[in-house]
Design a protein around this ligand. Structure first.
Ligand code: 13P
Length: 247
């Protein structure tokens, strides 16, 4: 039985002061027995948020990292910097990073490999545009993203990776994929994992859905066979996040 995992992706929102206010509001409201809970906060908020969450079971994640160990990469953050302060997860290949910051399937793969090597759990994001969906190539496209992300990753490593299926047309739009649409792709992703590795790995890996998840639609989405939780944007910045976690 896969434990659900629900992560808030705060994106570029909240100053450190505002971040602490939100964490204080949420930390006693979210139930971490039923699901793993992760707050993926901006880099400058990682340390204060980690401090504030000490003694809770809520984990902290970063929203990006670089694939080199260290060196002349101005503006980048390494895996060691994250693990040393207690970060457990890192979002990799979010569609916004692919769209605005030239993240490619190749850099996503390099980052996944580096994160695993450094004992960070990658939350690897995949998902199609509206145009691709309308052309009927959603599953083909997502299959390519998954195959590339998992190149040179062993099955033992893969089973701990989190995949987030986030259809781009559902991100921040208020248009949620129906539970059937989300399940169709999440189940296809699990099938790809079984093809790359084996059924055992596919049965273990956790696949989140992301895209306009809120307290009202979480229960139906998370009730689908292949949806193991959510990656939540806008609603993770509000008290509603606790309704999602406690769906
Ligand atoms: P929204 O929940 O705001 O649609 O964002 C989803 C997302 O991109 C999470 O990574």
């Amino acid at each position: 039985m896969r434990k659900k995992i629900i992560a808030g992706n705060w994106k570029m929102n909240k100053t450190p002061k505002e971040a602490l206010e939100l964490v204080k509001l949420l930390k006693d409201k979210v139930n971490t027995d039923k699901s793993d809970v992760v707050f993926c906060v901006p880099f400058v908020e990682l340390i204060p948020v980690l401090e504030e969450l000490k003694g809770t079971n809520i984990a902290v994640g970063a929203q990006n990292m670089y694939f080199e160990n260290s060196g002349a990469y101005t503006g980048e953050i390494s895996a060691d910097m994250l693990t040393e302060i207690g970060v457990k997860y890192v979002i990799i290949g979010h569609s916004e990073r692919r769209q605005y910051f030239n993240e490619t399937d190749k850099t996503v793969n390099k980052k996944v490999i580096k994160a695993i090597e450094k004992s960070l759990i990658p939350i690897v994001c995949v998902g199609e545009t509206l145009e691709q969906r309308e052309k009927g190539i959603t599953v083909d496209f997502v299959r390519i993203q998954i195959k590339s992300a998992f190149q040179n990753v062993t099955s033992e490593q893969a089973e701990n990776v989190i995949i987030a299926y986030e259809p781009i047309w559902a991100i921040g739009t208020g248009v949620t994929a129906t539970s059937e649409q989300a399940e169709e792709v999440c189940s296809a992703i699990r099938k790809v994992i079984s093809e790359i590795y084996d059924q055992n790995t596919a049965d273990k890996i956790r696949i989140q859905y992301g895209g306009s998840v809120n307290g009202s639609n979480a229960k139906e989405l998370f009730g689908m066979a292949d949806i193991d939780g959510g990656l939540v944007g806008g609603a993770s910045l509000k008290e509603d996040f606790s309704n999602i976690v406690n769906y």
